[in-house]
Ligand binder design. Structure first.
Ligand SMILES: [Zn+2]
Length: 493
């Protein structure tokens, strides 16, 4: 994209992990698993005359997010009715916040792990509370409706159009997901629909400041769909503009099968929804002391933790990003360092993000559920670093720990993996290998130094990989040097 700059803003909808719904006492259930319509009452099914009540926990969770996003909190915010008809919306309106949202004017820094120094600040326009809709399940000739999700607290986070590429949009939404999980207000399970994205995309001539006509892509449920649809839309608009055609303002859907955006309806304006303040709810007043208490209780957030991991443990930006993306991973890593008694944090990071992550991903296991404890990992890395076992044996030990748990020392002992450190024992094997291979010894002495690697291989095989390679080399070099001297003296005099 050289002739046009993409301008992208995102709206993110995130369900809040409260026990009950936004305006009634119904339990929030996993809408992909629960019996349909099993958690529904007169309020969330929109019976006439029923009265909503604001869920205080939902407001608290929303404030956590708003504060973590550096927003200003409105002393008074107002719930409004957004009127439209759809079968998944039994009331005929959605309660949301419109003119007076809970929080405004924040920002988040997103990191691009592929760039060395990379913090991009994305401005947050607003954060507000609303309720989710029900769900339609389409059958061949009819549709079913499940109101379990109707009234689940939903947080809408709207960014300014500060994103310049599909990749930045993806990194931004990954950073948000990480933040929401750190704050323990959203599970981050995109497959369950707990986070959904809408992207607005426009192009403008490179270097220009005026905004072009934008289109809005609705209902994106995965990071992949998010970045693919934005890429597609950038290309589509660029092709139009290059051939002198205008981009029509439009609401689009993403066709996953064909990997294209498709027009859903012509432009819709805010006045179509006839917003007005919800008459059944009072304005929401937020107490300053409560805000300060929530602020004080915020955990260390991913960006801060990442910077600390770099300065405190000497990790590079990429490793620090990987280890702080999840709070549980970061906690595991720091617990391992604490129990390690001086093993290099970088080495522990390598074993954790390389070998252990590989096993976890393969088995689909979360780090909290892993049989490898942080102490065990630290102990294992120490055994390798002090040469008590080889790196290859270390991987074998990790496999056993992953499958069975236990301590690395006991696995090493049980499997007989300890390296032979005994100098005399190694010397004996070296001499044995040399005397068993007189031809190779002669070749070596005749001027083929590369053969020393071959001898190392033979010796390691003889010890079934358990000799400390550094000691093997020392002993081998000494023995070969002695043979060389011997030959020199025989031929020289
Ligand atoms: Zn209900």
């Amino acid at each position: 994209m050289t002739d046009f700059d993409p301008v992208i803003g995102l709206e993110v909808h995130a369900e809040l992990l409260t026990r009950s719904k936004m305006f009634c006492g119904c339990a929030v259930v996993d809408s992909t698993a629960a019996e349909p319509n099993s958690s529904v009452c007169e309020i969330c099914s929109g019976m006439p005359g029923s009265l909503p009540v604001i869920n205080q926990r939902a407001v608290e969770y929303a404030l956590r997010v708003a504060l973590a996003l550096n927003c200003s909190i409105a002393e008074t915010s107002v719930f409004a009715r957004k009127n439209y008809f759809y079968p998944d919306l039994p009331k005929g309106f959605q309660i949301t916040q419109y003119e007076f949202p809970l929080a405004t004017d924040g920002w988040i820094e997103i990191d691009d792990p592929s760039a060395p120094v990379s913090s991009k600040r994305v401005r947050i326009r607003r954060v507000h509370l609303e309720e989710d809709t029900g769900k339609l399940v389409h059958r061949e000739r009819h549709s079913l409706v499940d109101y379990n999700r109707s009234g689940v607290p939903l947080l809408e986070i709207v960014s300014e159009p500060d994103l310049g590429s599909a990749d930045q949009a993806r990194l931004y939404s990954l950073s948000l997901r990480s933040l929401l999980r750190y704050l323990e207000v959203n599970s981050g399970d995109l497959e369950k629909g707990v986070m959904r994205f809408e992207a607005n995309v426009s192009l403008r001539p490179a270097g220009s400041v005026e905004l072009g006509t934008r289109t809005e892509i609705k209902n994106l449920n995965s990071f992949r769909a998010l970045s693919r649809s934005i890429e597609y839309e950038i290309d589509r608009q660029a092709t139009l503009l290059r051939s002198g055609k205008p981009v029509a303002q439009d609401t689009l859907g993403w066709n996953e099968e064909q990997q294209i955006t498709v027009s859903q309806r012509s432009k819709e304006e805010a006045h179509d929804y006839r917003y007005f303040p919800e008459p059944d709810l009072p304005p929401l007043h937020i107490d300053e002391t409560w805000v300060e208490q929530i602020r004080a209780d915020l955990p260390e957030l991913p960006a801060v933790k990442r910077a600390r991991f770099m300065s405190e443990y000497g990790l590079n930006a990429y490793a620090a990003g990987v280890l702080t993306a999840e709070r549980s991973t970061a906690a595991f890593y720091e617990a391992a360092i604490e129990s390690s008694q001086g093993t290099s944090p970088v080495k522990i990071a390598n074993w954790l993000s390389g070998d252990l992550f590989g096993l976890l991903n393969e088995a689909g296991v979360e780090i909290d559920q892993s049989k490898v404890t942080s102490e065990a990992l630290a102990g294992l890395v120490a055994l390798v670093e002090t040469g008590q076992i080889s790196a290859a044996s270390g991987k074998a030990v990790l496999d056993v720990l992953f499958a069975e748990g236990g301590s690395p020392e006991s696995v090493v002992e049980k499997e007989g993996l300890a390296q032979v450190q005994d100098q005399a024992a190694i010397r004996l094997i070296v001499e044995q290998v040399l005397s068993n291979n007189p031809d190779q010894v002669s070749e070596y002495l005749a001027g083929k130094p590369a053969l020393s690697e071959w001898f190392v291989g033979q010796i390691m095989r003889e010890t079934r990989g358990k000799a400390d390679p550094a000691r093997v080399r020392t002993e081998l070099d000494a023995a070969l040097l002695a043979l060389n001297d011997q030959e020199q003296s025989q031929s020289g005099r």
